[in-house]
Design a protein around this ligand. Structure first.
Ligand SMILES: [Fe+2]
Ligand SMILES: [Fe+2]
Ligand SMILES: [Fe+2]
Ligand SMILES: [Fe+2]
Length: 400
């Protein structure tokens, strides 16, 4: 069954506004919800936040008042969608529990995208990044056990393993080495453009989240760990956003954004286990079809091309949240010692990398290392969730 969003009719824009009652969505059940439902909610929140911020940036470059008014109308609906989506979260979760869920999204969404990405250079970018968020999950899980006395499996269930990836302290690279080469907008497969937008948006919301919630903790180790990982999420946003071809016109970018929203709502509608949440995905898909139609009109008028020239003829296979354990273990055993040099990857610590490491460590251990030592001291062990056996790298095997 093929679905071409350019051929489908959505809800007319003037019928999309919701009142307070309609916006007041029923949150998911904190004890019984599928962890991957929470992951889909977080992903779509990141996508809607990007839709809003992209539209603001476009408006700031747009001298035509009428155009600005149209952007404002659609953007207000995006803002309502963001509220409906993010308010599906049940409110009971602590900041650290939400953090664990954010890193679970980063792990299983990026791993899926890496598996599906047809372009070798882009695939490498996702494989590189996913091993870092995988390690963040392990560091935060230890902080969680230490300060909330709970285990991360309460959040991630048995779906995502928790153990060391590329050690977090080694993620601090010279910023110059975080910039990748972009895909070529004329030759890249449509799915590659969607992947890049999706992961960029997810990492951006994680960066924003840590920037805001980090100082809400009183425990010095928590404050420091959020600072450290917050800076790495800045590196990740730089890494992923540089994959997008900056030669796309504003209208082409708008078109890709709206198309990606259609793609993801459709994907999640197809794969959602919670019927109430599924209804929201379906409603929002029907709104996005109209956003896409409007963006297509603007693209034709201002870019002078047909949307069919740049978009996929039908939606690609749905983005799916599912365990990626074997894939991640394979990456850990082959790519754990990678770093970047210029726009490529190397396996040895080069001079620019070492200078950056020295400067930022200031002769001390990073918070991400101390959090493990501290938890071992306080809980008598470090936290791991190895459902599929011992760690694939011998030197990182768990010794009690
Ligand atoms: Fe949207
Ligand atoms: Fe992360
Ligand atoms: Fe990240
Ligand atoms: Fe939209």
């Amino acid at each position: 069954m093929t679905f071409n969003p350019l051929q489908e009719r959505g809800i007319p824009l003037d019928k999309q506004l919701r009142n307070w009652r309609e916006l007041n969505v029923t949150p998911t059940d904190p004890d019984h919800a599928d962890p991957y439902t929470r992951c889909r909610i977080i992903t779509m929140n990141g996508i809607e936040v990007e839709a809003i911020m992209f539209s603001h940036h476009l408006a700031r470059h747009c001298p035509d008042v009428e155009l600005k008014q149209q952007l404002a109308r659609v953007r207000y609906i995006e803002a309502q969608q963001q509220k409906a989506v993010n308010w599906l979260l049940p409110g009971l979760a602590s900041v650290l529990e939400t953090t664990l869920a954010y890193e679970q999204v980063a792990v299983d969404l990026t791993a899926w995208v890496a598996r599906m990405e047809p372009d070798a250079y882009l695939k490498q970018a996702y494989e590189f990044g996913v091993l870092e968020d995988f390690d963040h999950l392990y560091r935060y899980a230890n902080l969680y056990e230490m300060i909330e006395h709970r285990k991360a499996e309460k959040i991630v269930d048995q779906l995502t393993e928790v153990m060391p990836g590329r050690p977090t302290y080694l993620h601090h690279r010279n910023p110059v080495d975080n910039v990748r080469e972009p895909y070529d907008r004329n030759s890249a497969a449509p799915i590659s453009k969607l992947h890049a937008l999706t992961i960029m948006s997810a990492e951006q919301q994680t960066m924003n989240f840590y920037m805001n919630v980090g100082p809400m903790y009183m425990e010095p180790i928590a404050r420091q760990l959020y600072q450290e990982i917050g800076l790495i999420e800045e590196e990740h946003v730089t890494h992923y956003e540089s994959l997008v071809d900056p030669g796309e016109s504003w209208w082409e970018m708008l078109l890709n954004h709206e198309y990606n929203e259609c793609y993801l709502y459709h994907s999640f509608m197809e794969t959602e286990s919670d019927p109430k949440v599924k209804n929201i995905w379906e409603l929002h898909l029907n709104m996005e079809l109209e956003h896409l139609r409007l963006a297509a009109e603007l693209f034709k008028r201002h870019d002078g091309r047909d949307p069919e020239q740049v978009l996929a003829p039908e939606l690609p296979a749905p983005v799916t949240f599912e365990p990626n354990k074997a894939y991640l273990r394979e990456l850990i055993s082959t790519q754990i010692d990678y770093t970047t040099l210029g726009t490529g990857y190397v396996q040895e610590a080069h001079e620019r990398f070492e200078k950056m490491q020295e400067a930022i460590m200031g002769g001390e251990k990073a918070p991400s290392e101390r959090v493990i030592d501290d938890n071992r001291a306080r809980s008598g062990h470090e936290y791991r969730l190895q459902t599929d056996g011992e760690h694939p790298v011998h030197s990182l095997a768990y010794n009690r």
